[in-house]
Structure formats: structure tokens, C-alpha cells
Ligand binder design. Sequence first.
Ligand SMILES: CC(C)(COP(=O)(O)OP(=O)(O)OC[C@H]1O[C@@H](n2cnc3c(N)ncnc32)[C@H](O)[C@@H]1OP(=O)(O)O)[C@@H](O)C(=O)NCCC(=O)NCCS
Length: 162
Amino acid sequence: MTVSPAEEHDDGTDDDLVIRPAEQADLLAVVRIENESFSQPWPYDAFDRFLGEPGFLVAVVDAQIAGYIVSDVTTSFGRQLGHVKDIAVHPDRRDMGVGSALLSRSIAVLAAHGADSIKLEVRRSNEGAKRLYRQFGFEPIRHVPGYYNNGEDAIIMVRQLE
Ligand SMILES: CC(C)(COP(=O)(O)OP(=O)(O)OC[C@H]1O[C@@H](n2cnc3c(N)ncnc32)[C@H](O)[C@@H]1OP(=O)(O)O)[C@@H](O)C(=O)NCCC(=O)NCCS
């Protein structure tokens, strides 16, 4: 991805980057990135179930899937809860603003679908992701000891949208 200051947008991305809803044809590339990104990756079917969900978005750079985000809104006791369930960027495309662009669009989509707040879980050791979320106004609200299969704690982070 070439980023020259003249082409750069306010969010730090450039004209080669497109964020759009995920389609069936994207799923193999999505699963490949998932497998390269996580020790306990989601299987194909997990992504398949979210097709058609407005918060399932892919980032396309130079006609290739560079990353994705899976997010949705559910209702609980009259509250509309946004949830970021999964986000990853291809290892070769990291640190170029793709993750920020995905998160930014997801927040807009969840807000447009009535979310009052957005929650996510992050591994305690995942400093890069925690930094990204903090930049977008997410704040840690609690730890969940042993949340992940390897025994690692999760940190729950929340951003209010009202
Ligand atoms: C987390 C992830 C999605 C970020 O995507 P990205 O495209 O690299 O993110 P961006 O380029 O938009 O970076 C945004 C910010 O994230 C933070 N960040 C991202 N990667 C980082 C790293 N390795 N170390 C420190 N900070 C990092 C920085 O604060 C950065 O802001 P800056 O550009 O002002 O320094 C990507 O690193 C990834 O796919 N990681 C593996 C999967 C994962 O951990 N997902 C999150 C699970 S909760």
C-alpha cells in the first residue's frame, strides 16, 4: 500500500483502502488471516454465520483482503449492546492504518444500528490491540481470569456511544 501525504485521508488511510461488508467469496481469505493471527482461530463456519451482519466488514487493499472485523448489536434488558468479536489484519499489512479503519467503520455501523455501548475482550498480553482500542475510546472495565484456553486473562474494554 502506498501512502503519500497528498493522498492521505484524515483517518491516516489512503485511496487504495476500501472497507465494505463481507461476502461469501471473502471467507477463505478471512480464514487464512485468522489462522495466521490467532492460536485458537475461529473456523470457517463461525465466519459464515455472520455473513449479512452489518458489522462484519472486510478491508480490501489492492484488490486483496487485508483484514476484517466481526461485530454486532444485541438487545439485553432494553439496552442495545455492541460487541466487537474478532478483528485481524494480514501480517504483511499491519501498522498501516487498516485495523484503525476497520474499527472506525465498525463503530459507525454499530452506532447507526442503535448500539448504546460497544464491548470487546482482549488478551491481557496483547499490548498492540489494547493501544488501538484505547485510541478509539475503549476503557478497561474488568479482568476475566483464565478466559482463554491457555489460561490467559481477558480484559473487557467498553466504549459508551451515548
Ligand atoms: C491488532 C491489529 C488488528 C491492529 O491492526 P493494524 O492494521 O496493525 O493497526 P493500525 O495500523 O491501524 O494501528 C493502529 C494503532 O494500533 C496500535 N498498534 C497496532 N499494532 C501494534 C503493535 N504491534 N504494537 C504496538 N501498538 C500497536 C498502535 O497504537 C497504532 O497506532 P499508531 O499507528 O498511532 O502507532 C493487528 O495488529 C492484528 O491483526 N493483530 C493480530 C490479531 C489481534 O491481535 N487482534 C486483536 C484481538 S483482540
